[in-house]
Design a protein around this ligand. Structure first.
Ligand SMILES: Nc1ncnc2c1ncn2[C@@H]1O[C@H](COP(=O)(O)OP(=O)(O)O)[C@@H](O)[C@H]1O
Ligand SMILES: [Mg+2]
Length: 372
C-alpha cells in the first residue's frame, strides 16, 4: 500500500452532533517521487571497451536526476566488475552526472536496482552472455534478451534468420577454422564462387576488428588467418558493390517498434574499417540520408522486419548497403547495443525524429520496465 493510501485510511469522520466544522482537508503529504534506480554496466571485454565508456559518460550526464539514481559499474578489459571507487577512477569526469551516483557496490551485485543497462558492445556484452546473467537475476534490463542479442551478434546466424523472412542480403559462405586447417583448397573454391572483391569477417566481432577486404584470391590467406585468430567461425561475403553507400536506421520499442529517419555514413576509405570508424573527422553523418523517398521507406520496413524476426527489444541500429546504380538494398548487420554518445548515429537519428538524447535514454529505461 502506498504512503498516501495508508494516510487516507487513518482519516476519522466522527463529528459531534450539532457542531459544524469546516470540511477536513488533510495536509497534502509531501512524498518525493520514487526514483528509478539504474545500474549502468559499461566498459567490457571487447575491442569496443573505450567506446562503451564514452557512451556511458553521455548517458550518465543525461538521465534526469529528478527521476533516476544511476550507479555506473565498469567491467574492465579482463572481465572484472569494478567497485565504486575504481569505476569512478576509470570514468573520471563522468562523476559530474546529472543524476546522483549511489554509494558502495560489490562486484556482480545487481539486486536493488530497478533497471540494468548493459551499455556494452561486442562479445561478452552485446552477444547474449551478460543478458543471460541478467535474466537469471530476474532484473529488468535495457535492450534485447538472450536470443535477440546472440542471433544479432553472429553474422551468419543473422543472415540465416533474415533469409527466412525475405530480407535481401549479400551472398556469403560460412567457413570454420577446422575446415581452413584441414581442407584449405575447398575453402579457396568456396571463396572463389563469391567473386572479388569480397569481405572476410570473424562471425562474432564488431568495430571492423579482424575484417579484411580481399581484392583477389591472393589476399585470402592473410585475411582468413587474421579472422581465424579471432573466431572459430568466419564469414566470407560478396561485396555489395565496389563501394556501396551505407545507410543506417534506428529502431525503438518492444512489441510495437518504430523506425527513425534513415541516416547515411560517408567516408573516403575503401570501406568503413577500424581507423575510419574511430579517427575523428574521417567519416561524416548525413541525416536524413539524401536518398529517394522509396529507398528510405524500404530501409525502414526491412529494418522493422529484421528487428521482429530476430526477437530484438528496446533498441537496435540496423545497417544497410545501398547500390545507387542498380537501386539494390542489402541489410548488412543489426547492432543491438549501438554506440551511444551524444554524437553517435543512433541518438542522432532519434533527435532528427524529435526525441532529445535525454528523452531517448528515459524512454529506453521505461521500455526495459515494460512487461515482455
Ligand atoms: N559485403 C560487403 N560489401 C561491401 N562493404 C562491406 C561488406 N561487408 C562489410 N563491408 C564494409 O566493412 C564495414 C564493416 O563491416 P561490418 O559487417 O559492418 O562489421 P562490424 O560489425 O565490425 O561493424 C562496413 O561498414 C562496410 O564499409
Ligand atoms: Mg558495421
Amino acid at each position: 500500500m502506498s504512503a498516501r493510501r495508508r494516510a487516507a485510511g487513518r482519516l476519522q469522520t466522527g463529528i459531534l452532533p450539532g457542531v459544524s466544522v469546516p470540511p477536513f482537508s488533510p495536509q497534502p503529504e509531501i512524498t518525493a517521487p520514487q526514483k528509478t534506480r539504474v545500474l549502468l554496466l559499461c566498459g567490457g571485454q571487447s575491442g569496443e571497451h573505450a567506446v562503451s565508456l564514452m557512451s556511458a559518460q553521455s548517458v550518465l550526464a543525461a538521465l534526469p536526476a529528478s527521476h533516476f539514481e544511476v550507479t555506473p559499474l565498469v567491467i574492465d578489459a579482463a572481465g572484472r566488475w569494478l567497485g565504486r571507487a575504481d569505476t569512478a577512477r576509470v570514468l573520471g569526469g563522468a562523476q559530474d552526472s546529472a543524476a546522483p551516483v549511489s554509494s558502495e557496490l560489490r562486484p556482480y551485485e545487481v539486486a536493488g536496482f530497478d533497471v540494468i543497462w548493459p551499455l556494452l558492445h561486442g562479445p561478452n556484452g552485446e552477444d547474449g552472455t551478460v543478458q543471460g546473467f541478467l535474466t537469471l537475476t530476474g532484473a529488468a534490463y535495457v535492450g534485447s534478451g538472450v536470443l535477440g542479442s546472440a542471433a544479432s551478434m553472429d553474422k551468419v546466424m543473422t543472415k540465416q534468420v533474415l533469409a527466412s523472412v525475405g530480407v535481401p542480403q549479400v551472398e556469403y559462405r560460412l567457413v570454420t577454422r577446422q575446415a581452413w586447417r584441414s581442407a584449405p583448397e575447398s575453402v579457396r573454391i568456396a571463396a572463389g564462387s563469391l567473386g572479388y572483391p569480397q569481405f572476410v569477417k570473424p562471425a562474432n566481432l564488431g568495430s571492423s576488428v579482424g575484417i579484411s577486404r580481399a581484392a583477389g584470391p591472393e589476399d585470402l590467406e592473410a585475411a582468413l588467418d587474421l579472422a581465424f585468430s579471432l573466431d572459430r567461425r568466419v564469414i566470407l561475403e560478396a561485396a555489395a558493390s565496389h563501394k556501396p553507400r551505407e545507410l543506417e536506421v534506428g529502431i525503438l520499442g518492444n512489441d510495437a517498434p518504430q523506425a527513425s529517419p534513415v541516416g547515411e555514413l560517408r567516408f573516403e576509405a575503401l570501406f568503413y574499417d577500424y581507423t575510419t570508424k574511430y579517427t575523428e573527422g574521417q567519416a561524416s553523418m548525413h541525416i536524413p540520408a539524401p536518398v529517394p523517398a522509396e529507398v528510405a521507406i524500404r530501409v525502414r520496413e526491412l529494418a522493422l522486419t529484421a528487428f521482429k524476426a530476430l526477437d530484438c527489444a528496446g533498441l537496435a541500429r540496423i545497417d544497410f548497403f545501398y547500390v545507387e546504380e542498380t537501386g539494390e538494398l542489402y541489410l548488412n548487420e543489426v547492432n543491438t547495443m549501438p554506440g551511444f554518445t551524444t554524437t553517435s548515429m543512433y541518438p542522432k537519428l532519434w533527435e532528427a525524429a524529435g526525441l532529445s538524447y535525454a528523452e531517448l535514454v528515459t524512454r529506453l529505461v521505461e521500455l526495459a520496465q515494460e512487461e515482455r
